[in-house]
Design a protein around this ligand. Sequence first.
Ligand SMILES: Nc1nc2c(c(=O)[nH]1)N[C@H]1C(S)=C(S)[C@@H](COP(=O)(O)OP(=O)(O)OC[C@H]3O[C@@H](n4cnc5c(=O)[nH]c(N)nc54)[C@H](O)[C@@H]3O)O[C@H]1N2
Ligand SMILES: Nc1nc2c(c(=O)[nH]1)N[C@H]1C(S)=C(S)[C@@H](COP(=O)(O)OP(=O)(O)OC[C@H]3O[C@@H](n4cnc5c(=O)[nH]c(N)nc54)[C@H](O)[C@@H]3O)O[C@H]1N2
Ligand code: SF4
Ligand SMILES: [Mo]
Length: 700
Amino acid sequence: MNKPATITAFSACPHDCPSTCALEVEVTAEGRIGRLRGAPDNDYTAGVICAKVARYTERLYHPDRLTRPLRRVGAKGEGRFEPISWDAALDLIAEKFLDAEARFGTETIWPYHYAGTMGLVQRDAIHRFRHAKGTSRQFDSFCTNMAWTGYVAGTGRLSGPDPREIARADQVVIWGTNAVATQVNVMTHAIAARKQRGARIIVVDVYRTETMKQADVGVIVKPGSDAALACAIMHVLFRDDLADRAYLARYTDCPDALEAHLASRTPEWAEAICGVPAADIVSLAHMIGQVKKTFFRLGYGFTRTRNGAVSMHAAASIAAVTGCWQYEGGGAFHNNGAIYQLNKAMVEAPELKTATRLLDQSLVGRVLTGDRTALAGGPPVTAMLIQNTNPVSVAPEQRKVVEGFAREDLFTVVHEQFMTDTARHADIVLPATQFLEHDDIYKGGGHQYLIFGPKLTEAPGEARENLFVINELARRIGAKDHPGFHMSAREHVDWMLVNSGYGTLADLEAGRWKDMQPGFEQAHFLKGFGHADGKFHFRVDWARTLAPNRPEDGKALGPVATMPELPDYWDAVERADADHPFRLVTAPARSFLNSTFSETPGSVKKEGGRPEVWLTAQDAAKAGVADGDKVVMGNGRGEVVLHARVIEGLVQGTVISEGLWPNSAFETGCGINTLTGADPVAPYGGAAFHDTAVWIRKAG
Ligand SMILES: Nc1nc2c(c(=O)[nH]1)N[C@H]1C(S)=C(S)[C@@H](COP(=O)(O)OP(=O)(O)OC[C@H]3O[C@@H](n4cnc5c(=O)[nH]c(N)nc54)[C@H](O)[C@@H]3O)O[C@H]1N2
Ligand SMILES: Nc1nc2c(c(=O)[nH]1)N[C@H]1C(S)=C(S)[C@@H](COP(=O)(O)OP(=O)(O)OC[C@H]3O[C@@H](n4cnc5c(=O)[nH]c(N)nc54)[C@H](O)[C@@H]3O)O[C@H]1N2
Ligand code: SF4
Ligand SMILES: [Mo]
């Protein structure tokens, strides 16, 4: 008898990664999933995906997947649960939510989500739930605030040159992103440019990452000092006649003021701040000034600091001084958010929105421990529904987060695929589908495709999709009705496409993806930048600038008054001092995705099995620790226990801890975010995950 055929189906990677890879998925005749590959005929993915998703069956068929609803029987955080039926679980949740509402009003309920799946239906249906019930809403601040604000302050629009043009550049500057780890396709195209055109690859980071190891030129800066480097580069461009003055006159707001302002931002001035030797800054500026087709790929990493928006704006400004925006293969790209004009009214029900309070997701620890400012003047939070995020691991000020989730008067529901640090603190845990088990649509932040990801296999046990939980709970707690609550995920996707003028779901499935790339002139801002005057803005009024993440009330956050008007180094970082001599960067691990994949043995092994802090030999000596020692690292927010590793390729004073390991991987159960601060970064919020002063000593 012939073996039943395995078919190849198509999907998109759902994880929170700018690459949003187009996937080919093997499905056996029995409906089991086999290998996942990058779609070879998608010209951005180009057949390449990361190793952690290539071995996805390890996660999909993981023995620890949640398959039944669970009710807590032990203490909060202890992890003892007993099975309960879906109906009983949903009824209990409704009863508890309604009790909470009766005591404190609907704002006591905080549906809390982030981007565990980037699918637009399964991720964002929670907005509809919030609006239809009038619960507290959420101000997103984990990830994009400083980066998007800084980029848009310059360009006026969150888009840029076609990311595929990286392959047609003569020079690629990868700034503040560890692309090998966090968005592998950037490397695919950069390496293609090197092979085909001899392009030079320049990488700017705070340590010698895997990306820097593949570069022709590596520039290692001190954390949070990128704007100083950018300013000195622009100083040299003006000084050595490498600025494109015709371009500046036509396309920028105040080139003369910028030039005058930068006169004192010399390479020597910058060296003292960023640690890069002045001579290296000059040669870097010459490389950038002499190659017209220079593509700047600006990442998020260098903006996760208290001056991050200013750093992003300064780096993007370099491209306006050289005028490289004009050329194919040139310009500065960060994210393509603005090219998609999707109508999400059916998913989110914006017409039901009321002015309920916005709670900052990064301040979850302060909110749950009763901080009045964080509570925005409203009632305590006593009921939460959490989907797509693991705040007990990923949110800053972890000590407060854990203290908050341990509250007996807080009723927490966590809808999850695994027993995460957050699920462990829940009263009710609901089992969730993974992306190959539900339908959704995805848009690439780092590219320009819309991609459909169909349900390809059955979920294990009783796992259900996010949409199901949202629809069922809304009904049971008496939320306002809305047609969106009665539609399947496929119907939502079809409605969204049709009502955006993008064809139908059938069209998208037939074509596998839809290329949304704007034309060359628009993408390169040749008809003008996104601001009303059509210019790139060097001068920024930070308290009033346009920004995708600006809070609804338009008010700026943090110490906005001292932000520099023109590109400059802004000394707002958490400084090292005698008691905290090191600056910690909590960079991503290649084999994890935020806290995801830390449950798969393959990824844990690749990451060396345990959390570490990396430091130079001199710093190790200064701290009195040796390679391999168990150490305590701490600051005023708390302490963590992990192991030290001595490495090279780091500026003295900088220490690195890669990966969001589960809290339980640390000896005292306190994860890396015990050390990071939640104070909102100016001007429009965000968490400074890579901007932390610490001390280190040998564990006693
Ligand atoms: N493997 C893997 N992939 C991921 C993720 C992951 O955790 N693991 N996370 C996903 C998510 S949610 C996002 S938002 C993206 C983010 O992806 P990226 O844009 O790459 O941003 P980060 O991951 O924050 O950090 C990237 C790099 O910034 C460097 N960096 C930190 N501070 C500074 C600085 O002051 N200056 C400079 N020049 N560099 C600095 C870090 O050392 C790190 O190498 O990646 C996604 N992809
Ligand atoms: N120290 C430090 N902290 C950081 C960062 C850092 O660089 N350093 N990076 C920050 C950044 S950029 C981000 S974006 C945040 C990300 O933080 P999170 O948004 O919490 O991201 P993940 O850790 O990937 O967790 C997502 C969770 O969603 C679950 N999930 C996935 N798909 C589904 C689904 O369809 N339904 C349901 N119900 N659940 C699902 C996964 O199992 C996983 O547990 O972390 C931030 N925290
Ligand atoms: S995690 Fe990122 S690089 Fe890996 S498959 Fe998904 S989108 Fe591609
Ligand atoms: Mo992120």
